[in-house]
Write a protein that binds this ligand. Structure first.
Ligand code: E4P
Ligand code: PEP
Ligand code: MN
Length: 445
């Protein structure tokens, strides 16, 4: 494989969804600063994750990827990060115990700050401004000043990601994620929620099992820490290229701003800048596939992004929508499988199911989310292939952004606590409910 293209070469390919900065010298300064910054992750950690995703592709593990649609700088607080991690750990333990399969835990965090948008502008009450493109680019506040892209924010992304990942690393190795804390994670949960109660019952069973294992001589320290990795959409060429380093062990380039990075639905053109960048880095990578993707697109992307057909290297994240998955997914899976391509299939049941309510909230129906995951499992079952995981937009807080679920949030209920700056997230109860529902699907896998 030839060498990593320069940033200038990638820019010359016209990458889509990039901000238009007013001051290019300021961009150069931010990129130069990032080029000398220490890595946030190590290449060896990326390789470990690649091995785990290879197990996912063989059906020996299940991938749980979750976090905000868009992280915010204001959201880098101990409470926010802990709440998110806690629900991810709860979901993982539900999937592991009720689904009887090891779970690969992948946070959509510590780097998820840049957003592709369907429109370059946003209009409110007759005023039109540049669209908000994530805290990596501009401010959410609807004023002309705040919406101007500021490259200094790229350095802030690095700092915010470093702080988040540092805290996550402390939590997962310092005892918070110890399986013996399985009850503690559920403390202060709405007791009335049937899923919180179901979780309590399951946690009791797990505790008994742990006591039993200790009695027969198992080492309790085995349960002390968990593996947890970070991921984000590698959208902004300036940031991602500046955060690419040559691994000293192998001499190969890795993106060191996250363990796993993915190409979004809007930037997966075969001859585009993103695919060109991604084919050179050695991280495990993902590529979204939506309803316009053909079987030939999938195959060409696989050949270009993973020419050596390395297991665990490539994950296809499908996001068709509940009404399209059953017809749209089979041709892709059939062709890719028939050609002997090694890939992990993951369902993103969020992005094909977004709509706007009459009162102006971008939302999703919990039932559509479940229906898409069910369709994903059914398609794979019918084809004899492996439904490898789910990617969800979720938060550890009790927000009201998605409709339905056990608490039966309706359109009017969305106004109660809608905090997302881009897409609607499952709240804590909805996330747990999803985990139980997916565990049932896994048991039948
Ligand atoms: O999160 C994904 C995209 O950024 C988002 O769904 C696009 O949303 P938009 O249509 O509001 O721009
Ligand atoms: C932008 C996203 O998704 P997609 O590229 O699939 O639209 C996302 O995951 O937030
Ligand atoms: Mn999103």
């Amino acid at each position: 494989m030839n060498a990593l293209p320069t940033l200038e070469q990638l820019r010359a390919l016209g990458p889509l969804q990039q901000p238009t900065y007013p001051d290019s010298a300021a961009v150069d300064a931010a990129v130069a600063r990032l080029r000398t910054a220490p890595p946030l992750v190590f290449a060896g950690e990326c390789d470990d994750l690649k091995d785990k995703i290879a197990a996912v592709s063989r059906g020996e593990a299940f991938l749980l990827q979750g976090g905000d649609c868009a992280e915010t700088f204001a959201g880098v607080t101990a409470d926010n990060v802990r709440n998110k991690l806690r629900v991810l750990l709860q979901m993982a333990v539900v999937l592991t115990y009720a689904g009887s399969v090891p779970v690969v835990k992948l946070g959509r965090l510590a780097g998820q700050y840049a957003k592709p948008r369907s429109s370059d502008t946003e209009t409110r009450e007759g005023v039109t401004l540049p669209a908000y493109r994530g805290d990596a680019v501009n401010g959410f506040e609807f004023t002309p000043e705040s919406r101007i892209p500021d490259p200094q924010r790229l350095v802030e992304v690095y700092n915010a990601s470093a702080a988040t990942l540092n805290l996550i690393r402390a939590f997962v190795s310092g005892g918070y994620a110890d399986l013996r804390q399985v009850h503690t994670w559920n403390n202060d949960f709405v007791r009335e929620s049937p899923f919180a109660q179901r979780y309590e019952a399951m946690a009791d069973e797990i505790e008994r099992a742990l006591t039993f294992m200790k009695a027969i001589g198992a080492d309790p320290d085995e349960f002390h820490r968990v593996d947890f990795h970070s991921s984000h959409e590698a959208l902004l060429m300036d940031y991602e290229h500046a955060m690419t380093r040559i691994d000293s062990r192998t001499g190969l380039p890795y993106n060191v701003s996250g363990h796993f990075v993915w190409i979004g639905e809007r930037t997966r053109q075969l001859d585009g800048a993103h695919v060109e960048y991604f084919r050179h880095i050695r991280n495990p990578i993902g590529c979204k596939l939506g309803p316009t993707a053909t079987a030939d697109d999938a195959l060409s992307l696989a050949h270009k992004l993973n020419p050596e057909n390395e297991p665990g290297r490539l994950t296809f994240i499908t996001r068709f929508g509940a009404d399209k998955i059953r017809d749209g997914l089979p041709p892709l899976v059939e062709k890719v499988t028939a050609e002997g391509v090694s890939v992990a299939w993951v369902s993103d049941p969020m992005h094909g199911n977004t709509f706007e309510t009459s009162n102006g909230y971008k939302t999703r129906r919990f039932d559509d989310v479940i229906e898409e995951v069910q369709g994903f499992f059914d398609v794979h079952r019918a084809l004899g292939t492996v439904p490898g995981g789910v990617l969800v937009e979720m938060t550890g807080d009790d927000v009201t952004e998605c409709i339905g679920g056990g608490e039966e949030i309706d359109e009017h209920g969305l106004a109660h606590r809608y905090e997302s700056v881009v897409d609607p997230r499952l709240n804590r109860v909805q996330s747990l409910e999803l985990a139980f529902r997916v565990a049932e699907m896994l048991r039948r896998r």
